[in-house]
Design a protein around this ligand. Structure first.
Ligand code: CA
Length: 273
């Protein structure tokens, strides 16, 4: 198993499809982060379910998905990464799982894209993963800007790989793994896992040659990236759009992922509003 997660495997995703039991062997530390924040999220969810005041005020962009259809002024629905033409079926309004009110966003293998609120920006989403993403490479949250080649945009991505959260840079597919050992050598056992079957508060920051990530109010400091393994600054594009969604490059993308109470702003938003 250890050799399957070698540095060589980083550059050959085809070798990373071994969906072992690693996901069930997470560090206690990662679990405690999830548990602590889950309490906060559950409290907010309870408040939201009673149709109290909106969770977010005074932010540049906010959507609680309470309208009966996707707001096409705010959002454009896309297919999965690398297949970016509009695919409206990937994003629907649902009552299946809600964080606030009576409706939320349901994503099925694709992304919603919005214009960024400012050149550097923070995002806050509540998200509900219905299934363990497995050890394949998956993406959930992207800051995008013009690419050097004029084709697919430069995508600065947060998601997961090897069963734990990670950051990923496209076009060179550089990765930063949430395991403090980095690049999973020899294992990814110290990484931070995405909670499953519960609402989680995910926050991200896209700055100039800097990105940061928080899970349920606690920063995943191993995902604070200022320089990639194979690409030093300047590397950040002139961000023009932000995407939320889900796609698994090497695994099952058929399970829905839910979003609610999405906010973007030039200042950090936090999970409490
Ligand atoms: Ca809602």
């Amino acid at each position: 198993m250890a050799t399957a997660f070698s540095v060589v495997a980083i550059f050959s995703f085809a070798h990373c499809s071994d969906d072992s039991n690693a996901a069930s062997d997470r560090l206690d530390a990662a679990e405690s982060v999830s548990d602590a924040s889950a309490n906060d999220a559950a409290k907010i969810q309870t408040d939201g379910a009673t149709n109290d005041a909106p969770l977010s005020t005074n932010v540049a962009f906010f959507d609680d998905f309470e309208a009966p259809a996707i707001d096409t002024v705010k959002w454009k629905a896309l297919g999965f990464e690398g297949n970016q033409q509009p695919v409206t079926a990937t994003a629907t309004i649902t009552t299946d799982q809600v964080h606030s009110g009576t409706r939320a966003l349901r994503i099925q293998d694709g992304f919603l894209e919005a214009a960024v609120p400012s050149a550097t920006f923070y995002g806050r989403v509540f998200t509900y993963f219905t299934a363990e993403p497995g050890t394949g490479h998956w993406v959930g949250w992207n800051g995008v800007g013009p690419g050097s080649g004029g084709g697919q945009k430069t995508e600065v991505r947060y998601g997961g790989h090897f069963g734990i959260l990670e950051a990923n840079y496209f076009g060179n597919d550089d990765e930063v793994i949430s395991d403090p050992k980095g690049y999973c050598a020899p294992t990814c056992d110290n990484g931070v896992v995405m909670p499953i079957g519960k609402w989680s508060c995910v926050e991200f920051y896209y700055g100039k040659d800097e990105i940061r990530f928080w899970l349920n109010g606690t920063e995943v400091t191993t995902l604070h990236v200022t320089s990639w393994k194979n690409k030093s600054a300047p590397w950040s594009p002139a961000y023009d759009h932000v995407r939320i969604g889900f796609h698994n490059f090497q695994g099952d993308s058929s399970k829905p992922v839910y979003y609610d109470d999405v906010a973007f702003d030039s200042n950090r938003i936090g999970c409490a509003r």
